[in-house]
Design a protein around this ligand. Structure first.
Ligand code: SF4
Ligand code: SF4
Ligand code: FES
Length: 393
């Protein structure tokens, strides 16, 4: 047993007061969970402390919260680990000044708070899940019984099917902070669950919809936060990348230039071994034109529209080198760095492998169980059954 301090972000709407912090001392074994600590505080100190939970086993998805600033499940985070992280973040060792930093617990981000650690998941999570039509849309007559599919054809979507709808990825999403209308990691992972399902007949329509939505698949900025936050290994960002790849394979061009931008990014790194930002802008709006700027009318309009972004980049220091903004004259990386990047790119292209934790290593790791040696009891029971059967016949 050890004593921990939980510093909880509280909000009690009925009081009419603003949110505030409150500390609770709890006694727990380090292997117990942060949720156990909160329930102990609720039981012993303040029954009005509100937290949503049910299974306490990382199954129901109810107890999403931020612990030391990281989104996750209260019931899956051990209090001992949370304490270590709190100390690491505060750069304070327990014996430095006799005090340990508290474990900081907040409601999930990107969602309105209803009370204490309870957030409104309807407005930011469930509405967006419904937005992606989360059910099968098969064509033709329904079979008399169930739809039968090869198990192999479902492997691709097993990872997205593991989602427990906890909202931790939504809470951690940086794009959603900037654009609350972004469909978001959980809903897009759910979208892939149906796009990748061989029984669904509206794959192209789904992809077209998600690519054309300005808050759709190209609104993700690859920040990896949702991958870190997800307690079930769904890796929502990977599902979004799969949606983008499929949209590209279907030849879907989006008005946001998301597909062109992504293709330009890859092409420039492949050719130059570094990211020429000026060329990236040109290639995103006028793909296929190298070295010279020969944009279409639409591309000219878009390029002119991007001038404020360029000026902002110069002002904020991101584009401080003018040579970085002129296509084709991007500064060279030192030594052989560009050749090294090109070699990495080539290696990655030649070793395209999907990482899906739900299937990787499945075949190698699976060992057929040896049948149990029959015991004297089972042999006797089998002999008795055989004798009974003989008598009956
Ligand atoms: S990777 Fe994309 S979806 Fe995931 S948290 Fe970052 S911006 Fe959001
Ligand atoms: S993808 Fe992961 S983090 Fe997001 S809602 Fe599903 S289980 Fe939770
Ligand atoms: S209580 Fe069910 S996931 Fe934590």
């Amino acid at each position: 047993m050890a004593e921990y301090t939980l510093k909880v972000r509280r909000y009690q709407p009925e009081s009419g007061e603003a949110a505030y912090w409150e500390e609770f001392k709890v006694d727990l074994d380090p292997s117990l969970s942060v949720l156990d600590g909160l329930l102990q505080a609720k039981d012993r100190d303040d029954g009005s402390l509100s937290v949503r939970c049910s299974c306490r086993a990382a199954i129901c998805g109810s107890c999403g919260m931020k612990i030391n600033g990281q989104s996750g499940l209260g019931c899956k985070t051990q209090v001992g680990e949370a304490q270590e992280l709190a100390e690491k973040k505060a750069s304070v060792s327990p014996d430095a000044n006799g005090e340990t930093p508290p474990i900081v617990i907040e409601p999930m981000g990107n969602m309105p708070v209803i009370k204490d650690l309870v957030t409104d998941m309807e407005s930011t999570h469930w509405t967006k899940i419904r937005r992606v039509t989360p059910w099968l849309l098969p064509h033709g007559e329904a079979p008399e019984r169930e739809y039968v599919v090869e198990p192999e054809s479902m492997i691709d979507i097993t990872q997205s099917m593991a989602c427990i709808q906890c909202g931790a990825c939504v809470s951690s999403c940086l794009s959603m902070e900037a654009d609350p209308d972004f469909i978001g990691p959980a809903a897009l992972a759910k979208a892939y669950r149906f796009v990748g399902d061989p029984r669904d007949a509206e794959t192209k329509e789904r992809l077209h919809d998600l690519a054309h939505d300005p808050h759709g698949i190209y609104d993700c900025t690859h920040c990896f936060s949702c991958i870190d936050a997800c307690p079930k290994g769904v890796a929502p960002m990977d599902q979004i990348m799969r949606l983008r790849r499929k949209a590209g394979e279907e030849g879907i061009e989006d008005p946001n230039h998301g597909h062109n931008h992504e293709a330009a990014f890859v092409k420039i790194i492949e050719k130059k071994g570094t990211l020429d930002e000026g060329l990236l802008l040109q290639e995103s709006f006028a793909p296929g034109v190298k070295g010279k700027l020969k944009p279409s009318k639409a591309a000219i309009k878009e390029l002119l529209g991007s001038i404020p972004t360029v000026l902002r980049a110069i002002k904020t220091g991101k584009g401080r080198s003018v040579s970085k903004l002129v296509p084709g004259i991007h500064p060279k990386l030192p030594g052989n760095a560009q050749d090294d990047v090109k070699a990495i790119y080539k290696h990655a292209e030649e070793h395209r492998e999907e990482f899906n934790i739900y299937i990787t290593g499945e075949d190698e790791d699976f060992v057929e169980p040896e049948p149990d040696e029959p015991t004297d009891e089972t042999l006797a029971a089998e002999a008795a059954t055989a004798a009974d059967t003989k008598e009956e016949s």
